[in-house]
Design a protein around this ligand. Structure first.
Ligand SMILES: NC(=O)c1ccc[n+]([C@@H]2O[C@H](COP(=O)([O-])OP(=O)(O)OC[C@H]3O[C@@H](n4cnc5c(N)ncnc54)[C@H](OP(=O)(O)O)[C@@H]3O)[C@@H](O)[C@H]2O)c1
Length: 262
């Protein structure tokens, strides 16, 4: 398959590595063309896949069958709108986690999702798929953790597009998990917000749940956007430790003459 990745950052590196391992033809395009060339040079030296790799200008999105928006959510939405008709009939993969710069809040309103916003921006001819937003960029490069292939959750209202992305994922040595539709079960587009490797009972609450509770997204390293996963052996916990609501110390009582802290 011909795949164009927009962006030359960490996720572009990881997804390109997996796609090359799967034998696909990968083109990288970036707003700074020099960064696309640098990534191609780096991957050309390190990737052991059978696929072909090149850097190109923005018109590469028209040549591809699958386009991956490996950029922050706000940029992804803008690019989807600007590409618009040029992507008609193509599969457009949204990998974003729609959080603000400090990872404290969602940037999409409750009741919608990043994938829905990107689909609306791109237009109804574009087959938007949500995938890769729960995999860390660094582990994507290796494709596995402790010998276990990464799960890649895939959501789309287009069943054919889901299957095609599942083939891409499987060809790169990863484990595709079909989670069906992109509608806003979570702001990530129907997908869980747990990093790969977190067992189900320890997975963080859904992003929408955080938002409703007015608690922050856990800004720890467990977030895929926040950096590498916690070191092995450390329990990943969904417990939120930072409050955003004001704390009112309990008043003194006869048994406890000092104000009690929160
Ligand atoms: N990192 C992870 O582990 C991880 C995991 C899951 C999902 N994600 C999601 O993946 C996406 C990319 O993350 P990343 O870690 O790869 O980020 P990154 O390393 O910072 O790379 C972001 C890329 O987007 C480009 N970019 C930024 N603003 C742009 C704009 N307005 N127009 C065009 N290109 C723009 C950057 O170009 P310049 O460098 O020239 O600014 C860079 O090439 C995000 O949506 C993130 O939520 C990340």
């Amino acid at each position: 398959m011909k795949i164009t990745i927009v962006g030359a950052g960490n996720m572009a590196r990881g997804i390109a590595t997996r796609a090359l391992a799967g034998g696909h033809t990968v083109t990288i395009t970036a707003k700074d063309p020099g960064k696309a060339v640098l990534l191609v040079d780096e991957l050309g030296e390190q990737a052991d896949g059978a696929g072909r790799l090149s850097a190109a200008g923005e018109s590469a999105v028209e040549q591809a069958y699958i386009v991956v928006l490996a950029v922050p959510f706000d940029a992804a939405e803008q690019l989807a709108a600007s590409y618009g008709p040029r992507l008609a009939g193509k599969v457009l993969i949204d990998i974003s986690n729609p959080v603000d710069a400090t990872l404290d809040a969602l940037v999409v309103a409750p009741g919608t999702s990043a994938a829905e916003r990107i689909a609306a921006a791109a237009g109804e001819q574009v087959r938007v798929v949500k995938a890769f937003n729960t995999t860390f960029a660094t582990t994507l490069v290796t494709g596995q953790v402790d010998g276990t292939p990464l799960d890649v959750f895939i959501a789309s209202d287009d069943e054919g597009a889901r299957k095609e992305v599942a083939e891409l994922v499987a060809s790169g040595g990863l484990n595709p998990v079909d989670v069906r539709r992109t509608q806003a079960r979570t702001p990530t587009g129907g997908l869980p917000a747990a990093p790969h490797g977190a067992p189900a009972q320890r997975r963080r609450p859904r992003l929408g749940q955080h938002h409703q509770d007015r608690r922050p997204l856990n800004p720890s390293s467990a977030s895929p956007t926040a950096g590498p996963p916690p070191p092995r052996g450390r329990q990943w916990s969904p417990t939120l430790t930072r409050r955003t609501t004001p704390c009112t110390p309990a008043p003194p009582s006869p048994r406890s003459p000092r104000p009690r802290p929160c």
